[in-house]
Design a protein around this ligand. Sequence first.
Ligand code: NAG
Ligand code: NAG
Length: 215
Amino acid sequence: MMSRILIFGVLLATCSIAFASDPSPLQDFCVADANSPVLVNGVVCKDAKLVKADDFLFRGLHVMGNTSNDVGSNVTAVTVAELAGLNTLGISLARIDFAPGGINPPHTHPRATEVLTVIEGSLLVGFVTSNPDNRLFTKMLEKGDVFVFPQGLIHFQKNVGYGHALAIAGLSSQNPGVITIANAVFGSNPDIAEDILAKAFQVDIKVVRQIQSKF
Ligand SMILES: *[C@@H]1O[C@H](CO)[C@@H](O)[C@H](O)[C@H]1NC(C)=O
Ligand SMILES: *[C@@H]1O[C@H](CO)[C@@H](O)[C@H](O)[C@H]1NC(C)=O
């Protein structure tokens, strides 16, 4: 009886690990073959005999993103789409540039936890827990500080310094995905019906139309 409970416990623990992140690799590497018509969970492997060092290389993360946009930030992602060698390895990277006052607006990564470090400047960061508490955890970060945003939770960053700010983020998926809340809710294609948004946000339909027009 005891051992059966133990086995069940081990099985449960194994399952929760398996579902909490990208699946583990079944070979040394599986460089993404972007040209394969075969659809799998991830990307099909390129023939290992044809793999070259370049398949594990991405150049250009030293280049600042253009922050001249409505939010004043720019994310340069290095996921499996930019670096084929990341396929099946369960990690990716991003460079985030901020103009003074710029924000990386509230968003979630459906498939990844994010660990962010400030390289330059000062960032106000935060994330919100799930219902019913919706607790906000927020912190001021300076150069060298590291903050973690748990998988799936809504989070944001703001440059509160006088100059440009720069952060590097590691993510626990080759393809973390991004859902920017404002764009997804007010800029979906096609629109979510305005009466639904008016009731959800407890505002007049005119306010909903005004926000929708921005996305
Ligand atoms: C981010 O910067 C790159 C490189 O300057 C630029 O091509 C891209 O349009 C920018 N993205 C946004 C959302 O401004
Ligand atoms: C940055 O993006 C803005 C808006 O798209 C554009 O006008 C400007 O030329 C870009 N700057 C650089 C250095 O590419």
